[in-house]
Write a protein that binds this ligand. Structure first.
Ligand SMILES: NC(=O)c1ccc[n+]([C@@H]2O[C@H](COP(=O)([O-])OP(=O)(O)OC[C@H]3O[C@@H](n4cnc5c(N)ncnc54)[C@H](O)[C@@H]3O)[C@@H](O)[C@H]2O)c1
Length: 402
C-alpha cells in the first residue's frame, strides 16, 4: 500500500512537484491544500485532483500520512512542526527556517515524534555536487583544505515578481530578508560532500544603495541593509569554507561550488567545471558530464551506459546529467517535468521512499539544521562587523556518528 500525501501551498514552485508526487508508484492519494480558495480550485482542475483542503490546520486533521510544505520561505519551520506534532511526515521546501529558535524546535520535534522530515534541498543533487561526493568517497581530494559555495541571484532576474506573489501587499517587508537567511543552496553543497559542518563564522555584508529601497533601514522586518553577504567558516574537519549569498550582482546568476584538497580539486566558474590534481597534464574538463539535458532511459542501467545505447531507449528522462543515476528513479517519472539541474525527481523519490520504507532520508532534519543555522549566525556576525561567532550544532542523526 502506498502513502497519502497532502501538498500545502499550490503556488508557483508546487507546479513542478504536484505531477511527480501524483505519478510516484508508492503514493496512493494526493490532497491539494491552499489558503487561497481560487488558486486551490484552479489547481485541482489543472492537475485533475479531487481531494482538496482549505488550510494546513484542516489538512492535518485528515488521514494524510505526509505533508509537503511548499509555502512562502519564511513560514516553513513552524508549519513543519505543526504537521509533525499531528503525526505527519514532512517534506519542506527550503529554507529550513529563519530563526535559530524555530530550527531548534524543529529538530526537537522530529526527535520527540520520530516522524520523518526531509528538506527539499535541490543543490544536494546538482551534478557538480554529485560528482564531488563520489570523488570525496573515493578519497580523490585527500584532506579537504578549502571550499566555496555561491548563490548569485540578482533582483533583476525575476525576484521582484517572485516576492510580490509571495508577499502580496506586504512584499517589501519580506523582500529584504538577510541573504544569509536563505543559505541552504550553498552550505548544503559543501556539507553534503564532506560530511563536515560549520563550527565558527565571520561574515561581512555589502550595504545596499539601490533606489528600489528594499534594503533601506526600517523597510524590512529584520531591519536588514545587506543585499550581499560573504562568510568565512571554520569547518569541523579543519578546513575553511567561503559562502557568498548575493542578491545584487552583475552576473547571470548561479548556484555552484568549488573544493580544494591536498590531492585534488574541483573548480567551477562561469567558464566551466574542471577536476585538477598536482599533474598539470591530468586536468579533466567536466562540462559534458555535468550538463543537464534529455537522456534515454533504459531500465537497470546507469545513465552513462544508457547514453551509449540510444537506440534501445524506452523513454526519456528530462533535464538530467550523466552523473545522475536515473536507473533508481521510478519508470513513471520518465518524460515528466524535472528542474533545478535534475533535482526534482530525486527529491520526491527520496522523500516518498523514506516515508514508505521508514528510512532516514539524506536531507534529514539534522542536515537541514546544519544547512540553515550557519547562515543565521553568519548574519549576526555581519551585523557585528564580522566578529567570530560559534555555530550551535544539533549533532548527527541518531545512530550515524562520524
Ligand atoms: N531551488 C529551490 O529549492 C526553490 C526554488 C523556488 C522556490 N523554492 C521555495 O518554494 C517555496 C514556495 O515558493 P512559491 O514561489 O511557490 O510561493 P507561492 O507564494 O507561489 O506559493 C505559496 C503558497 O502557499 C500557500 N500557503 C501559505 N500558508 C498556507 C497554509 N497555512 N495553508 C495552506 N496554504 C498556505 C499560499 O497561499 C501560497 O499559495 C518557497 O519557500 C521557496 O523558497 C525553492
Amino acid at each position: 500500500m502506498g502513502i497519502k500525501v497532502g501538498m500545502v501551498g499550490v503556488g508557483a514552485f508546487a507546479q513542478s512537484f504536484i505531477p511527480l508526487f501524483t505519478a510516484h508508484p508508492l503514493v496512493d492519494q494526493i490532497t491539494l491544500c491552499d489558503l487561497d480558495a481560487e488558486k486551490l480550485r484552479e489547481n485541482a482542475a489543472k492537475h485533475q485532483i479531487n481531494d482538496t483542503s482549505p488550510s494546513l490546520d484542516h489538512l492535518i486533521s485528515t488521514d494524510v500520512d505526509a505533508v509537503a510544505v511548499i509555502t512562502q520561505n519564511w513560514l516553513h519551520a513552524p508549519q513543519a512542526v505543526q504537521a509533525l506534532r499531528a503525526g505527519k511526515h514532512v517534506y519542506s521546501a527550503v529554507p529550513t527556517g529563519v530563526t535559530q529558535d524555530e530550527i531548534t524546535e524543529l529538530v526537537k520535534t522530529v526527535e520527540e515524534t520520530g516522524q520523518i522530515y526531509m528538506i527539499g534541498e535541490t543543490s544536494y543533487y546538482y551534478p557538480g555536487v554529485v560528482y564531488c561526493r563520489k570523488q570525496h568517497e573515493q578519497g580523490a581530494f585527500g584532506d579537504i583544505v578549502y571550499s566555496e559555495g555561491e548563490y548569485y541571484h540578482d533582483w533583476d532576474h525575476g525576484l521582484y515578481d517572485v516576492m510580490k506573489w509571495r508577499g502580496g501587499d506586504r512584499w517589501m517587508e519580506f523582500a529584504g530578508s538577510p541573504p544569509m537567511y536563505y543559505p541552504t543552496h550553498t552550505t548544503s553543497q559543501i556539507i553534503s560532500i564532506t560530511g563536515a559542518h560549520m563550527t565558527h563564522v565571520s561574515c561581512q555584508g555589502f550595504v545596499d544603495h539601490h533606489k528600489d529601497g528594499i534594503y533601506k533601514p526600517g523597510v524590512n522586518l529584520w531591519n536588514n541593509t545587506f543585499s550581499n553577504e560573504s562568510a568565512l567558516f571554520k569547518m569541523s574537519d579543519g578546513s575553511s569554507c567561503r559562502i557568498n549569498e548575493f542578491r545584487r550582482i552583475g552576473h547571470p546568476g548561479t548556484v555552484r561550488m568549488a573544493m580544494f584538497g591536498t590531492e585534488g580539486s574541483f573548480e567551477h566558474n562561469s567558464a566551466g567545471a574542471i577536476w585538477v590534481n598536482k599533474q598539470a597534464d591530468q586536468s579533466l574538463r567536466l562540462d559534458d558530464q555535468l550538463a543537464c539535458r534529455e537522456r534515454p532511459a533504459i531500465s537497470g542501467t546507469s545513465s552513462e551506459e544508457a547514453m551509449d545505447k540510444v537506440t534501445a531507449s524506452d523513454g526519456t528522462h528530462l533535464s538530467v546529467a550523466a552523473v545522475h543515476d536515473t536507473s533508481r528513479l521510478p519508470k513513471e517519472f520518465i518524460g515528466l517535468p524535472n528542474g533545478h539541474a535534475g533535482s526534482h525527481q530525486f527529491l520526491v523519490d527520496d522523500f516518498v521512499r523514506a516515508c514508505h520504507n521508514n528510512l532516514l532520508p539524506p536531507n534529514n532534519v539534522w542536515m537541514a539544521a546544519r544547512y540553515a543555522i550557519p547562515g543565521i549566525i553568519a548574519h549576526d556576525s555581519a551585523c557585528q562587523g564580522g566578529v567570530l561567532l560559534e555555530i550551535p550544532d544539533y549533532g548527527d542523526p541518531p545512530g550515524k556518528g562520524r
